[in-house]
Design a protein around this ligand. Structure first.
Ligand code: GDP
Ligand code: MG
Length: 712
């Protein structure tokens, strides 16, 4: 019989590491809270009958945030056969609260004391027997990272499946509270499953709306329940949820006293490092320096040896070989051009950035695994709270540096609905891996300066902040920033296994994309570029300017003229970038071949001016993300109006900001004369300054007109 086992625990307790070890899968592991926000399922490597579900990390079973709700719904409605409650044993205090709530559920449970390697190093002592007794569950010591104790863990879990678990009063609650819960339980319909009754009664006592609605009790019963609750509240002089929380905390601290003996309480190495890294003054410069380094290394690396190697030993011989094969097959010149100038040029143009992508993801994974990303969120929170923005919003945005999709999904960690929707809207403004290719394409042309690549990263952060400042002053998003409590995990020596796994995963996705989507797009572009509007086939650049592609490009190019790239090629690249941002690069690679340019760098350098290049890059970074990310935005907004709002905001922001960048750069950098457009750009700047610095309108005194309202 199959056994369903759910992995539950606090964020950052090692659930995903454990899940990956058990199932041999490659889920993303990160040394900071909020990395897993959806549940994932996999089968045990050693026994196909055992299924594991990796749930999002939670601190409690109260339905306050989406991930708590996801986990709770899963546990209550799907009722897995066994729970494995993963605990960071090196930091046990904070996990016990959740553990007592899980124990209430009436599902057999094994406590996995994870990170025992750290516990041993710290010299902490944990009394397993007492813990087992206190929570009425099995206790197994493991280290998910070092693959220790996992077999015992699963054996213990399997042994509990399909055995009824009679409820045992653990003494969490005082006899009075127990009695009230008991009375409520007696009111529940007999159809409700035995194992679920007590927990349901407890939730009703806490006035949990979700559970109440799910039951469909009739009015009389509800009144009776409410009467019991009121009695209790009177007796305890506290609201019922407060009573429950209080008694639970007391229980947890009693258990902790009995079970845990802490080792040497001196200032840990992590704390000592943090004194510098999260320092009020030095924290921010250290962060900037680290990110500058990350981008410098990735982009220099890409400009240096590996790309040369890739080109000399792989791409060049491959294209020569392919040419030879095509020649010996005596295929037509057109087919040869399709393969070489279309497919190969486009794919190679993108694949050339493989070393960059691999290095960037490698470095970012190291920062995550060491525990530094959590510090960034912490530092940024301190700075931006002053502007009414919460550091919690930065976590998804930082995750979005790799790819916007997980960043957007990661917004589920934000309880405050306004902040969450705002973050969904802004998360894609960071340069994801694919956008970094575009940056690198230009870095090859212009990027001697050390600030060139990091400019886009910090430009992304700045765009998010500016947008946040503007949006926070509108009625839609007004409100204090949600309190941000985040455990700063201890620094760890990064696990190369995790880092390489995360990097390998991204690299694989990148190669697959190049071999499928980019390949198809490149051939499509080649075709449209070589067939004229008159329907003639005119390959090798002879018909490029009369081609269907040019015709279509010109239809939209005028839109981009105020941004400085109103030419059909840039327009086509920008629009196709919606499919995948790498296509911006491959479009130039294919069109460059068609135009007879020797290499991509040379072609791009002659095509753009400094101002139009800046503008083109910024537009492509800030404007609508690829379809995959748009899909994620729509899914997370789960609302047509909000989705349209996000699209409108992103388009409006990217267009107006790029307009200013181009118009100013045209005068200041390209040395052209100021004209009416410059004046318009100044006006736009004025509007932005007003929106950023105006006083937030007060809801009560505001009477239309003065403040603009969101079109919702
Ligand atoms: P989740 O949020 O519960 O899914 O936690 P993750 O699996 O993402 O792990 C969080 C961090 O803890 C990662 O940096 C892991 O490498 C680390 N980690 C997980 N298990 C262990 C362990 O047994 N020992 C040590 N030292 N680190 C671990
Ligand atoms: Mg996880």
């Amino acid at each position: 019989m199959t056994i369903n086992i759910a992995l539950v625990g606090n964020p950052n307790s090692g659930k995903t590491t454990l899940f990956n070890q058990l199932t041999g899968s490659h889920q993303h592991v990160g040394n900071w809270p909020g990395v897993t926000v959806e549940k994932k399922t996999g089968t045990y490597r050693k026994d196909k009958e055992v299924l594991f579900t990796d749930l999002p990390g939670i601190y409690s079973l109260s339905p306050y945030s989406l991930e708590e709700l996801v986990s709770r719904d899963y546990l209550v409605h799907e009722r897995p056969h066994v729970l494995i409650n993963v605990i960071d044993a090196s930091n046990m205090e904070r996990s016990l609260y959740l553990s007592t709530q899980l124990a209430d559920l009436g599902i057999p449970m094994v406590l996995a004391l994870n990170m025992m390697d750290l516990v041993e190093k710290n010299g902490d002592q944990i009394n397993k027997a007492k813990l087992k007794e206190a929570l009425n569950c099995q206790v197994v010591e493991i280290s998910a990272l070092k693959n220790r104790g996992l077999d015992q863990l699963i054996e213990a879990a399997k042994a509990l499946a399909y055995k009824p678990l009679p409820r045992k009063d653990l003494g969490i609650f005082s006899p009075q509270v127990e009695a009230y819960i008991q009375k409520i339980e007696d009111l529940l319909p007999p159809s409700l499953d035995e194992s679920n009754r007590w927990w349901t009664a407890l939730k009703l006592f806490e006035r949990d709306e979700k559970v109440l609605q799910g039951l469909g009790l009739d009015g009389q019963v509800i009144d009776q329940v409410e009467a019991y609750i009121s009695q209790a509240e009177e007796a305890f002089d506290d609201d019922s949820e407060g009573i429950v929380t209080d008694e639970r905390y007391n229980f947890v601290s009693r258990v902790r006293e009995e079970v845990l003996v802490k080792g040497d309480p001196g200032l840990s190495l992590s704390d000592r490092i943090d004194r510098w890294v999260t320092h009020r003054v030095f924290g921010l410069p250290i962060f900037v320096a680290i990110m500058v380094m990350v981008y410098r290394i990735s982009i220099d690396w890409a400009e240096g040896l590996p790309v040369d190697l890739l080109e000399t030993y792989l791409i060049d011989p491959f294209s020569r070989g392919l040419e030879g094969v095509l020649d010996s097959l005596e295929v037509s010149l057109a087919l040869k051009s399709l393969v070489l100038d279309g497919a190969l040029a486009g794919v190679a143009g993108v694949l050339g950035f493989l070393p960059l992508i691999a290095t960037l993801f490698f470095l970012i994974s190291i920062l995550e695994d060491v525990g530094y990303m959590a510090r960034i969120a912490f530092i940024l929170d301190r700075v931006f709270r002053r502007f009414g923005l919460s550091g919690k919003s930065f976590i998804p945005i930082l995750i979005g540096t790799g790819c916007s999709v997980p960043g957007i999904v990661g917004t589920r960690t934000i309880e405050n609905d306004k902040d969450r929707r705002m973050t969904i809207t802004l998360a894609s403004m960071m340069p994801c891996g694919a956008k970094t290719d575009i940056i690198a394409m230009f870095a090859g042309v212009y990027g001697g300066a050390f600030w060139f690549a990091p400019l886009w990263y910090f430009g992304g952060i700045l765009a998010v902040i500016i947008s946040g400042l503007i949006l926070k002053k509108t009625d839609r998003f007004q409100g204090d920033p949600a309190p941000f409590v985040m455990e700063l995990p201890d620094y760890r020596v990064p696990s190369m296994k995790n880092v390489l796994r995360a990097t390998g995963f991204r690299v694989k996705a990148f190669i697959v994309k190049a071999g499928t989507l980019i390949l198809l797009a490149s051939m499509g572009i080649w075709l449209l570029e070589n067939i004229t509007v008159a329907g003639e086939f005119a390959p090798f650049g002879t018909g490029q300017t009369d081609s269907i592609l040019a015709f279509l490009g010109k239809k939209v190019a005028w839109l981009f003229a105020p941004l400085g790239f109103g030419d059909w090629m840039a327009a086509v690249a920008t629009v196709l970038g919606l499919v995948a941002k790498e296509i911006v690069v491959s479009t130039f690679a294919v069109l460059g071949q068609g135009a007879g340019a020797g290499n991509l760098d040379g072609f791009v350098a002659s095509y753009f001016t400094t101002a139009s290049m800046l503008s083109f890059m910024f537009y492509n970074q800030f404007t609508l993300p690829c379809f995959a990310a748009l899909g994620a935005i729509r899914q997370e907004m789960a609302d047509k109006k909000w989705f349209s709002f996000a699209l409108a905001y992103i388009l409006g922001f990217s267009y107006t900001v790029t307009f200013m960048i181009y118009q100013f750069a045209r005068v200041l950098v390209d040395g052209q004369e100021a004209n009416l457009w410059t004046g318009l750009a100044l006006l736009v700047l004025g509007i932005y300054l007003y929106l950023i610095f105006r006083k937030a309108p007060h809801k009560k005194t505001r009477k239309g007109g003065l403040s603009w309202e969101m079109p919702l």
